[in-house]
Design a protein around this ligand. Structure first.
Ligand code: AMP
Ligand code: MG
Length: 484
């Protein structure tokens, strides 16, 4: 155990019934080397490592040396993966513990890629450098876009190879989350048919994420409603910035409402609602426009786990659950509409707003317009050329839009709202690939530069064209692979 680090561990998950986790330490790696460290996040966590050199940081964030107060464990969970129910669990991750910052906020500190666990199935428990740096970059982008997410504190290379289609450099990511409670965690307990543990898990989740619901008469119902609201907000935010998660299995949906598990995710450039990047998503289950549908489906799986706590009478419970999940559509449509209004600078409401929003999306689809740049174009016209801008129907639409935002409100306020909701910079796929390819060869320059840009996605700056240009036409077919 490494002493005198200023971690402030308070490990509550370990107190849940034994079936919830397996206590075990990360498996040591050969030659840990610090690749990147998130000083800004460390500050937020009230963690000060200024007395520690990079080599010692690498020892800690590879799991080779455990900080005093940590209580390492792998969590058990299940999940519907592409619709199929599977027993899972942390197959390549170890929770070091829960750390409290100076404000008393609780954070899970987890090492991802830390070696085999009882939940590894046939996997090696390890992760490769490229995908871990990718998670670091994209999760920090999502955070900077003001969207709830797990975050990345460090990436350490292991000095070991991992065997995939080819041999790759191994690495470990330190993931920070407000918790790792998943829909899949509830599915696991429900599958065990352990009602007492289920009750404990509901209370634990309420305590940790929704303390304001503590005194509600039916905590399971209240928890479900709260999670549904949070998830709707999350998905709408993804739609706002054109983020495609790519693998929205129930084990990748958190109770906290944070984005988790950056595998085959990517940002969409040209607007096509059917966009899919993941190489294994043959049927478009997790396509851009299908994300709310899947969130709804996952939440239905969540409410099923809660049935015995919703009402002791099975039929009653089912009826209540159906009503609860039945609210998803309206709630989502409203939230989506409010979000699109902000993107277009509509402060007040007008009867034709929905139609205006839809006709813009249709025009964007027809012209394969760049999603991010189209909305920024409306703000200040400082965007790269796009076919859409010469479409006569768009010119008519834009005129109408001008008149629309000049009615009922000040134009400055509308523009301000738009600037807060429409990023200039997203991590564009071709730039991400270039940065990762260099990083894999030991050159972090492009990665660091891109990281700096995506950390301030709403801030105009001079050399922006390189980062706002869509991919050259040849690079446009983009595939991502389940980052293992
Ligand atoms: P993911 O696709 O990252 O959400 O992972 C799905 C499940 O597979 C989780 O239980 C992971 O822990 C597990 N898993 C993914 N990659 C590996 C690996 N290389 N070794 C062991 N388990 C893995
Ligand atoms: Mg996962």
């Amino acid at each position: 155990m490494m002493k005198n680090l200023n971690f402030n561990f308070d490990n509550t998950y370990a107190n849940l019934p034994d079936l919830m986790a397996t206590k075990l330490a990360p498996i040591a790696v050969k030659k840990p080397e610090l690749i990147i460290f998130n000083k800004e996040l460390a500050d937020e966590l009230s963690l000060d490592f200024s007395n520690i050199n990079d080599q010692e940081l690498a020892e800690i964030f590879s799991g080779n040396k455990l900080p005093e107060g940590s209580l390492p464990l792998a969590q058990a969970y299940c999940g519907h993966q592409f619709g199929h129910f599977v027993m899972l669990g942390d197959g390549r991750a170890i929770l070091l513990g829960e750390h409290l910052n100076k404000q008393g906020k609780r954070f899970d500190i987890q090492l991802k890629g830390s070696g085999q666990t009882p939940y590894s199935r046939n996997g090696d428990g390890r992760a490769a450098l490229g995908p871990m740096l990718r998670e670091y970059l994209i999760s920090e982008a999502i955070h900077a876009l003001n969207i709830p997410t797990t975050r990345s504190l460090a990436v350490v290379s292991t000095g070991e190879d991992v065997q995939r289609e080819t041999n790759l450099k191994g690495a470990i990511l330190t993931r920070i989350a407000s918790s790792h409670l998943r829909v899949g965690t509830f599915q696991y307990v429900a599958a065990k048919q352990d009602l007492e543990t289920l009750k404990k898990l509901v209370h634990y989740s309420v305590d940790r994420h929704y303390p304001e619901l503590k005194d509600e008469t039916n905590p399971a119902i209240s928890l479900f409603k709260a999670v549904m609201k949070k998830q709707i907000k999350l998905i709408v935010n993804w739609m706002r910035v054109s983020f495609i998660h790519g693998v929205m299995n129930t084990d990748n949906m958190t109770i906290s409402g944070e984005t988790i598990d950056y595998g085959p995710c990517a940002f969409m450039d040209q607007y096509d609602p059917k966009t899919v990047f993941s190489s294994i998503d043959h049927y478009g289950r997790y396509a851009f426009t299908n994300q709310p549908v899947i969130a709804n489906w996952n939440l239905a799986r969540f409410v099923e786990t809660l049935l015995p706590l919703i009402n002791p009478d099975q039929e009653q419970a089912l009826k209540i659950a159906e009503n609860l999940i039945g609210e998803f559509d309206d709630l989502y449509q409203d939230a989506f509409h409010e979000m699109m209004k902000k993107k277009l600078g509509f402060i007040t409401d007008e009867d034709n707003d929905k139609m205006k929003i839809n006709s813009l999306l249709k025009l964007m689809h027809k012209n394969q317009s760049d999603y991010t740049n189209t909305f920024r174009y409306l703000i200040n016209k400082k965007t790269p050329q796009d076919k859409l801008l010469n479409d006569p129907d768009f010119i008519i639409w834009e005129n109408e839009w001008q008149k629309r935002i000049e009615r009922n409100q000040s134009k400055e306020e509308a523009i301000k709202l738009m600037m807060q909701n429409n990023p200039i910079f997203i991590p564009r796929n071709h730039l991400v690939e270039e940065a990762l390819s260099d990083a894999n060869d030991g050159n972090m320059e492009k990665f660091e530069k891109l990281l700096k840009v995506i950390k301030a996605p709403y801030h105009d700056h001079t050399d922006q064209f390189m980062y706002t240009n869509p991919a050259p036409t040849g690079d446009r077919v983009y595939k991502t692979f389940c980052g293992t």
